[in-house]
Unconditional design. Structure first.
Length: 217
């Protein structure tokens, strides 16, 4: 298969496996979704949903979150990775949203990336999932699978994002972002597959003999 044929095969199979994929992070509005995505760095989605269940009962907008204070936010999220840093970022982000954006979560990537704790990936997730703006956020699973599936060379996350955007139609970016993550978690894990084990890898490269060493995101 050439790259176009692989891309078509991948998209077809992922649509069969994960039709209408839903974001795994619980949220009530744009602000709580932003906070949930911020918390998900180096933390499982399951853990984020556990801690935000009570946190969002107390604070579901920037003003109530800011009034809650860093110490109380930390108490709710302390079981998440990098909790002290995230608690500080949540309070600082809430303050900026109040002061600069009238308490609203901006739709522009550049505005989102100015918020503490919000990088390009987090900003892309928010605009894609909540505002429906085409974006292709790249996480470790997508970066790994793009290499195993011959869609990108793994030079950098930025390059992987560029390559996938060039290969797939932008109308499919949102779903593919989630579908590739779900497939990577379930079937093509970092240790469970080496490019020769899972269904997708074997189907795309049936004659592959050597293990594929992937670069990390």
């Amino acid at each position: 298969m050439n790259k176009k044929e692989r891309a078509l095969f991948i998209e077809t199979k992922l649509n069969e496996l994960f039709p209408n994929p839903k974001a795994p992070l619980d949220h009530l509005n744009a602000f709580t979704f932003l906070i949930a995505v911020l918390l998900s760095a180096q933390t499982t989605d399951k853990r984020v949903n556990v801690v935000t269940k009570e946190l969002f009962k107390l604070a579901k907008d920037p003003k109530s979150m800011f009034n809650l204070g860093e110490k109380k936010v930390y108490e709710h999220i302390k079981t998440c990775g990098l909790a002290p840093k995230k608690a500080r970022a949540i309070i600082e982000t809430s303050k900026i949203l109040i002061d600069k954006h009238h308490g609203k979560v901006p739709k522009e990537l550049d505005d989102l990336k100015e918020l503490p704790g919000v990088g390009h990936k987090t900003a892309s997730v928010v605009v894609s999932e909540f505002y429906g703006i085409p974006a292709f956020p790249i996480d470790t699973h997508i970066h790994r699978l793009a290499q195993r599936w011959g869609l990108s060379n793994g030079k950098s996350v930025k390059q992987t994002e560029k390559d996938l955007k060039n290969i797939f139609d932008e109308m499919s970016w949102r779903n593919l972002h989630l579908q590739i993550i779900f497939y990577g978690r379930a079937f093509c894990t970092a240790r469970g597959c080496d490019g020769t084990v899972c269904f997708m890898c074997k189907s795309l490269y049936p004659n592959r003999k050597n293990k594929i060493k992937t670069s990390k995101a």
